[in-house]
Design a protein around this ligand. Structure first.
Ligand SMILES: C[S@@+](CC[C@H](N)C(=O)[O-])C[C@H]1O[C@@H](n2cnc3c(N)ncnc32)[C@H](O)[C@@H]1O
Length: 313
């Protein structure tokens, strides 16, 4: 499989560039390189002193990043989770010096479109769902051994699936007879467990989302990464996060709000705003794609972009 066989259209590209207020000689981090759509646009705005460090867990995404780094000496790449951002920034001597960080969360189109990656309920493939296929357990392995209650909880918590219990029961019944190893097989089992259908939504949409989030520990890694951004950024440096579902967006919104509010004192204590020591300020409101972008790229439809800026200590 060649890394560049599939393409990805960057979401909210102009909005990201404007909101990051890119400084030509600045140091930037693209925490989710994918196929480099945002990275390339950031690079166009950097001069020869600017630097871009990119992360991705996905081996194919990193192959693309490596190709870019070979052509452009301003680029460095890390094949790791963005939850290790602090470590890698420290190793490069950029701690507290970064001008902007972008997280464009979730999956890339190449991951979704390539049936072999096992993310898609509409394209049959091995039931894998790992962004880094060399680490952790696949969805098939998990489904084979997880308890019914655990499956129910994952579908409920990460998919907000109201038929979680029924689906988990069906999965457990089915696997007594036969292993569940293919995406189409799992999609069918789920469809047979769901009593009625939402319009224009495959009945397995929520469950596939839930299993993917669980298998890749997406929410845990996002929380870990956000906890490090203040140390990574320089004062005035900006954080941009694009989320694709409410669970992610809730974490991002809450994090930015807490940073903007500062330390958490009991309400009865008489503290001034200065004493609360806010660490970031919110920049603008949540940005969503317009109808034109959604018409050209339907995968942008659920995107929400938020910005915050690190304050001087
Ligand atoms: C929506 S795509 C990014 C697309 C990219 N902005 C572009 O324009 O091509 C998300 C990427 O983030 C990667 N990713 C998701 N979670 C990650 C994590 N915890 N650490 C590193 N990369 C991650 C995925 O492998 C995927 O390639």
């Amino acid at each position: 499989m060649k890394a560049d066989e599939f393409t990805h259209t960057p979401v909210l590209l102009q909005e990201v560039l404007v909101g990051l207020e890119i400084q030509a000689q600045g140091i930037y981090v693209d925490a989710t390189f994918g196929r480099g759509g945002h990275s390339l646009a950031i690079l166009q705005r950097l001069n020869q002193h600017g630097r871009l460090l990119v992360f991705d867990k996905d081996p194919l995404a990193i192959t693309c990043a490596e190709q870019l780094a070979r052509k452009d000496e301003r680029v460095a790449f890390v094949h790791a989770s963005f939850s290790e951002i602090g470590l890698h920034i420290e190793q490069r001597g950029h701690m507290g010096a970064v001008n902007g960080i972008l997280f464009d969360l979730g999956m890339s189109s190449p991951q979704l479109d390539n049936a072999e990656r096992g993310f898609s309920f509409s394209r049959d493939g091995e039931l894998d769902m790992r962004m880094n296929s060399a680490a952790g357990i696949s969805a098939a392995e998990w489904i084979k051994s997880a308890k019914k209650e655990e499956i129910t909880q994952v579908l409920r918590e990460y998919g907000e699936e109201r038929f979680a219990r029924r689906i988990a029961r069906k999965i457990v019944e089915y696997r007594r007879e036969k292993d569940i190893t293919r995406t189409a097989q799992l999609a069918e089992i789920i469809a047979s467990a769901v009593p009625f259908r939402e319009r224009e939504k495959h009945p397995a949409t929520r469950s596939f989302q839930a299993i993917r989030i669980f298998i890749n520990n997406e929410l845990g890694e996002l929380r870990l990464a956000l906890d490090q951004v203040n140390r990574v950024l320089r004062p005035g440096g900006r954080l941009a996060v694009i989320s694709f579902h409410s669970l992610e967006d809730r974490i991002v919104k809450r994090f930015m709000r807490e940073q903007a509010l500062g330390d958490d004192y009991p309400p009865e204590l008489p503290v001034t705003v200065d004493q609360l020591r806010p660490r970031m300020k919110l920049i603008g409101k949540a940005v969503k794609p317009g109808t034109e972008e959604i018409a050209g790229n339907p995968r942008a439809r659920s995107a929400v972009l938020r910005f915050a800026e690190k304050l001087a200590a």
